[in-house]
Design a protein around this ligand. Structure first.
Ligand SMILES: *Cc1c(COP(=O)(O)O)cnc(C)c1O
Length: 403
């Protein structure tokens, strides 16, 4: 392998680029986790983090990745033998379903082609048919990172209400929190799950689970064996129990800084930035697709369902998606996501979430467009120009210089 110089570009949909502000906040010695400084910092952080979810209720923070947060949510809200409904969205709903089944939960699904958002009408029908209320929870992925499709949470809530069904609404916001609107309390979400390494711009290693009063109440009667994940013991008045042992101090320092940065930008500002960066990616892909004779296509078929945080691009028959991705990485030092599940080897994904700006997106698109040429993949040229034009059009115009 040749020596590399300059920046490596991390354009996978997690982990994402960590800003220096967060790295610097974490760059310090450990402190006494039972001392007053850490307790004050941690209490403030656990309270402030609720803003990101738009909830007044509780947020639990685990030393874990997103899978850990999934297990935390399942093990507190369900008992072995309980039924849950998983509206399929893609590879992430399938993996979450696998985990639930491994824990002894009986899963029903609604079908999906991995190219559209959840159809709330299918959910309403299924819940309305469950007259004995055996289904205890609906496990919904907000943005499926494999398909880059975002589903409509208020529509899901409305479907559950229309069926007059008391199931908990449990939402995986791992790939969406901080990149697109999410309002836990206003939207009637009972449990929301997030992880540190995506829109929150942090290193991997923290799982966050927000729980509504209804979910907390349900957890008092569930019998899934659990200790580390257990909400009730984490709400003990002795603060160290909030982490079931030594607190992940440095991750908490990082989380405080992540919250500060999102406050500084405002959540709405972060959503708008992500929407604009995502649109540049889609415009570039649109140009590649147009001249590709079917070799290149956006996976998400409905424009309004396309994610702010990640874009999945499908290749036609006979194109080697793995070779393409390796080419982009080895020739240009740009890492892209691969196709997952049924799209393995047949798609690539551009992550555009977290600490990201226009030139970073343009660099990634240039490397991808050049690599389409290198690999002989048919494509329309000038995707990068379309992205540039979009950025120019929406830049706010020339800067007024004070002379
Ligand atoms: C990344 C991701 C996960 C898994 O998170 P890990 O930290 O890799 O365990 C789950 N759901 C969604 C939607 C994700 O994007």
């Amino acid at each position: 392998m040749s020596v590399k110089r300059g920046n490596d570009f991390l354009s996978v949909p997690g982990p994402t680029n960590i800003p220096y502000q967060i790295l610097n906040a974490m760059n310090r010695p450990a402190i006494d986790f039972s001392g007053p400084e850490f307790i004050a910092t941690s209490k403030a952080c656990l309270s402030d983090v609720r803003r990101l979810f738009r909830t007044e209720s509780m947020v639990f923070v685990y030393s874990a990745n997103g899978h850990g947060a999934w297990e935390a949510a399942l093990s507190n809200t369900l008992s072995p033998g309980d039924k849950a409904l998983v509206p399929q969205t893609g590879n992430f709903s399938a993996s979450w379903q696998d985990m639930a089944e491994a824990l002894g939960i009986i899963i029903e699904i609604t079908e999906n082609d991995w190219r559209h958002a959840i159809d709330p009408e299918l959910v309403r029908e299924r819940l309305a048919a469950d007259t004995n209320h055996e289904i205890k929870a609906v496990l919904m992925v907000h943005t499926d990172t494999a398909t880059s499709v975002t589903s409509d949470i208020p529509a899901m809530r409305a479907a559950m209400d229309a069926a007059k069904h008391p199931a908990l609404l449990v939402v995986d916001t791992i790939a969406s929190l901080g990149t697109v609107e999410f309002r836990m309390d206003d939207w009637g979400v009972d449990v929301a799950i997030a992880a540190s390494q995506k829109g929150l711009m942090m290193p991997p290693g923290l799982g966050l689970v927000a729980a509504s009063p209804k979910a907390l109440k349900a957890s008092e009667n569930t019998t899934m064996p659990r200790r580390y994940w257990d909400w009730i013991s984490r709400m003990d008045t002795q603060h160290y129990r909030a982490f079931c042992g030594t607190a992940p101090e440095h991750m908490i320092f990082g989380l405080c800084e992540s919250i500060r940065m999102l406050d500084e930008e405002t959540m709405e500002g972060a959503f708008a930035r992500h929407a604009r960066l995502a649109e540049a990616v889609r415009r570039a892909v649109g140009v590649w697709a147009e001249g590709s004779d079917g070799a290149i296509e956006l996976n998400a078929l409905v424009p309004a369902e396309r994610a702010n945080s990640v874009t999945t691009i499908r290749f036609g028959e006979g194109i080697d998606g793995i070779r393409f991705r390796e080419t982009v990485r080895e020739r240009f030092q740009v890492s892209l996501g691969g196709g997952l599940g049924m799209m393995f080897g047949k798609a690539f994904r551009i992550g555009h979430m977290g600490n990201l700006n226009e030139p970073m997106v343009l660099a990634t698109l240039s490397a991808a467009e050049a690599s389409l040429g290198i690999c002989g993949i048919p494509h329309g040229r000038g995707g990068i120009l379309a992205a540039m034009d979009w950025f120019a059009e929406t830049s706010g115009g020339p800067v007024e210089v004070q002379r």
